[in-house]
Design a protein around this ligand. Structure first.
Ligand code: UDP
Length: 240
């Protein structure tokens, strides 16, 4: 059914390629071996990363689907690709935080590692030129990207997803520090979770040692072997 999809190239992003399929409502997402940070300024090939993230993200989306939360994910079709619903994405990124780290620490002058009692929901405007600025609900509505009602739905679903993944990972000896989510709408105007959930888009720490198991390994400048081993460790821990 999808034999000729490679001729059906739709879009290439920093870490993924998207193909159309015979079904107008479905796409194939191909995970590449590129790792980027600092809004794409730092970029390199990381062998096997696409395979590992495809598998990790498929496990996460299957988990979320199993709780009745709607996502774009249909199924993983091979090592690097998954079949997903085609959505119209909001040009927003939503970050949920359980522990202070990264941009929140810098913005508010709070030490990295402080535990957050009530997970924090943040909105960023997805715009490479502006370097994805931190915005609030009013900005997002003013920019005509989304309605207040849709933001409230996404806020609630995001906190539910955070709770589900946090618990799932904790039972696998991983702490979910924060995660970035993206959402979009299908033809029926339903809001679905999109994109990926992987060590590229979450901060994950080993529960016993606090060792970093995510893209911070790349941001810090670890070797390729150390980075891929950290990603692999996440997959090994959750793929049981
Ligand atoms: N994140 C992401 N894509 C982005 C920006 C952030 O997936 O374009 C993730 C990041 O990996 C972390 C979380 O969102 O898990 C919060 O990132 P933060 O705002 O602290 O920014 P950073 O420190 O990564 O600049």
């Amino acid at each position: 059914m999808y034999i000729n999809y490679k001729n059906n190239f739709l879009f290439e992003g920093k870490t993924k390629k998207i193909y159309n399929t015979d079904n107008l409502n479905e796409i194939i997402i191909h995970y590449k071996d590129i790792i980027t940070s600092f809004d794409g300024d730092k970029k390199q090939i990381l062998n096997q990363k696409g395979i590992i993230n495809n598998k990790i993200s498929a496990i996460m989306f299957n988990l979320i689907n199993s709780f009745g939360i709607k996502t774009h994910f249909i199924r993983r079709i091979n090592n690097r690709e998954q079949l997903c619903n085609k959505l119209d994405l909001f040009t927003l990124e939503f970050v949920i935080r359980n522990i202070v780290f990264g941009s929140m620490s810098k913005r508010l002058g709070i030490k990295e590692g402080v535990y957050i009692q009530n997970p924090i929901f943040e909105i960023f405007y997805k715009n490479d030129f502006l370097k994805d600025p931190f915005i609030n609900h009013d900005h997002a509505v003013f920019l005509k990207i989304i309605s207040y009602e849709e933001l409230n739905i996404i806020n609630r679903i995001s906190l539910d997803i955070n709770k589900i993944i946090k618990k799932f990972l904790f039972d696998k000896n991983i702490i979910l520090v924060d995660l970035k989510l993206e959402f979009g709408k299908n033809q029926e105007q339903d809001i679905l979770l999109a994109d990926e959930i992987s060590p590229d888009t979450c901060r994950l720490w080993d529960k016993a040692t606090n060792k970093k198991l995510d893209k911070d390994c790349f941001r810090i400048g670890y070797s390729n072997e150390e980075i891929i081993n950290a990603y692999m460790e996440v997959l090994n821990k959750i793929d049981k």
